[in-house]
Design a protein around this ligand. Structure first.
Ligand SMILES: [Zn+2]
Ligand SMILES: [Zn+2]
Length: 189
């Protein structure tokens, strides 16, 4: 998942990367979500060119991750299709203040800034593995939902309401109305 800096030109060069075993091992250590038999390999298309001293990268990362639905707890596969674009500036003699970024710069030849769209590079070889891991991390939703109309588990009996009606009504545990309903019932009793 490396780019040789000297080979880059003023016009874009296209690269295609597929995940390596080492990349997946690192990613799985960081992200529980990447484990699981369903998740498809991560691939990335990248176009890179020089802009003066800087390096401009843009592309798209694709694949799939397996997540657990926050409503019904089922495992489901979420496809990834994540466009990205960033500018890397020569680090020169500067060292990033954050130890993690300094480590990445020394190890991968690049590190990201506070946002995903800027970073620094140094040396002749840039490993994009860390960038790809970061993109996957950001693509994981805070509250994964298997489908928009997932009916979740019944708050009374725990049955998966996607599988059928357990007869306890349809109040969604996550909807504000369900919360109001609970408040009201509590006030009455
Ligand atoms: Zn669900
Ligand atoms: Zn029920």
């Amino acid at each position: 998942m490396k780019i040789l800096v000297d080979r880059l030109k003023d016009s874009p060069t296209a690269f295609h990367f597929s995940e390596t075993e080492a990349w997946r091992a690192d990613a799985e250590a960081m992200l529980e979500e990447l484990r699981g038999p369903l998740a498809a390999p991560i691939e990335a298309d990248v176009r890179a060119h020089r802009m003066g001293q800087d390096i401009y990268l843009e592309g798209e990362l694709r694949g799939a991750i397996e997540l657990e639905c926050g409503r019904c707890l089922a495992r489901y596969r979420q496809p990834l299709s994540e466009p990205f674009r960033l500018v890397l500036t020569p680090a020169g003699s500067r060292v990033p203040a954050e130890p993690e970024a300094a480590q990445a710069l020394a190890r991968d030849g690049m590190c990201l800034g506070d946002e995903l769209d800027t970073g620094w590079f140094q040396g002749y070889e840039i490993d994009l593995g860390g960038l790809f891991r970061e993109i996957v991390t950001l693509a994981i939703p805070v509250q994964p939902i298997c489908k928009d109309d997932c009916r979740g588990l019944c708050p009374r009996c725990g049955a998966d309401r996607n599988a059928g009606d357990c007869g306890h009504g349809d109040a969604r545990p996550n909807s504000p109305f369900a919360a109001l309903e609970r408040l009201r019932t509590r006030g009455e009793s």
